[in-house]
Design a protein around this ligand. Structure first.
Ligand SMILES: Cc1ncc(COP(=O)(O)O)c(C=O)c1O
Length: 412
């Protein structure tokens, strides 16, 4: 028997903040949270909010719950628990990583892009102040896409690190991570991949991708406001520790996490796994034998639903003469995530979100901390683009509501 199509009533019943009176379409900014996560955070704070790991049952309980949080997050991306650093944000994790790798990169080159969010970008560019050459792999301004062959021409024995995104938070377009990683490895360098805009929509397998460093934000992936930095164990061991000297250089992942992660939110990550387990139990005929596999199966089902939302939106937006979409107009999951940025001819982007809000739709306009790509494709980043981003709990009815509102605004 085939797996079920995504049961939206079942999905939506997990998210207390969802209701039918408004449509949430700024998911690329931060997703809503299922009650399983809320419950885990509340339970931790109610039952064992103490310094974890001391000599008492309550402290051991706290430590055990945090450990399960690490294990859940590691399982999500097919990593081991000591290879994942749980920090406050992707931005903060990149800053820590850049400081940890700085000495090892002196005399070499770092390549960044003008497609990426500034998180996996600006703090690498600052390494120039430490004698590291920084080069930019630029998008094709016609397509807003990075071309792997253009990167190939930039690689040399000086290349230490290439920083790029799995998927753009503006265009929704994915990059072929495994192919790029193989190319960079052949040249003797490493890759640091920003998976923030990708992870809410698809399964990530850091081993299959063979990435050296990979980051994503849990608060956009149905979890609490935290972020994950994955690193290959040998690279994390080689990196310079960023916590206190007495923690030692072998103490993973703590050495890469100054101040240690937020306790209750780390414990809350267990609830992300529980949410996907509930989805799997409800939808899958033949569930895989581990959480990573079951999440991969669920994301396949989710992809079909998200494609139907994208197809609906693109059918309208790609054909409307006044709406100019940035990125691909094809709905399939291999071509794009359901994150759509666009401008409307004759309308200021900044004026659009309040008009949408008046129609019960939450969306934003701006540069979304990726002004370089907007400038590259000729959009004034001060006004920016309108962004509407869907995830699996959005419905076709909500997309239709958005289409109706945009039609009124664009047709003026
Ligand atoms: C693609 C992408 N990368 C990185 C970030 C930064 O994440 P954080 O807020 O966890 O620092 C964002 C946030 O919007 C993003 O969209």
């Amino acid at each position: 028997m085939a797996d079920k199509a995504l049961d939206l009533d079942f999905v939506r019943s997990f998210f207390p903040a969802l209701n039918d009176s408004w449509a949430f379409m700024e998911n690329a900014g931060g997703s809503l949270v299922p009650h399983t996560v809320i419950d885990r955070v509340k339970d931790y704070m109610t039952e064992c909010q103490v310094q974890p790991g001391g000599n008492s049952a309550i402290a051991r309980d706290a430590q055990g719950r945090m450990k399960k949080g690490y294990e859940t997050v590691a399982a999500m991306i097919n990593a081991e628990a000591d290879e994942v650093v749980i920090g406050p944000s992707t931005t903060r994790n990149v800053i820590t990583l850049a400081a940890a790798l700085r000495d090892s990169m002196k005399g070499g080159e770092v390549i960044v892009t003008n497609l990426d969010h500034e998180a996996n970008n600006g703090h690498w560019r600052r390494l120039e102040e430490f004698g590291i050459t920084v080069r930019e792999w630029s998008v094709n301004p016609e397509t807003a896409e990075l071309e792997p062959e253009a990167l190939r021409a930039m690689l040399s024995d000086k290349t230490r690190l290439v920083c790029f995104s799995h998927c753009s938070n503006i265009t929704g377009g994915p990059n072929p991570v495994a192919k790029i990683a193989a190319m960079v490895h052949e040249a003797g360098g490493f890759v640091c991949v920003d998976g923030v805009a990708f992870a809410p929509h698809a399964s990530v397998d850091v081993k299959a991708l063979d990435v050296d460093f990979y980051l994503f934000s849990l608060y956009k992936t149905y979890g609490p406001h935290l972020s994950v930095l994955y690193g290959k164990r040998e690279l994390l061991l080689d990196a310079r520790g960023q916590y206190f000297y007495f923690h030692g250089e072998d103490n993973l992942p703590l050495k890469m996490n100054p101040g240690a992660p937020n306790h209750e939110l780390t414990a809350g990550c267990v609830g992300i796994g529980e949410y996907f387990e509930a989805l799997a139990a409800h939808h899958l005929e033949e569930p895989a034998n581990n959480l990573h596999g079951r999440m991969r199966q669920m994301f396949e089902i989710i992809a079909r639903h998200e494609e139907s939302l994208s197809a609906r939106f693109l059918e309208f937006a790609a054909k409307h003469p006044k709406i100019h979409l940035i990125g691909r107009a094809t709905p399939d999951h291999d071509s794009r995530a359901p994150t759509f940025s666009f401008v409307i001819e004759g309308v200021k982007s900044q004026d659009v979100p309040p008009l949408l809000e008046a129609r019960g739709i939450a969306a934003n306009a701006g540069d979304f901390y990726a002004p370089r790509v907007l400038e590259a494709v000729g959009i004034d980043s001060a006004d920016g683009a309108i962004r509407c981003s869907f995830v699996h709990y959005n419905t076709v009815d909500e997309v239709d509501r958005l289409i109706g509102a945009l039609k009124t605004i664009a047709d003026g």
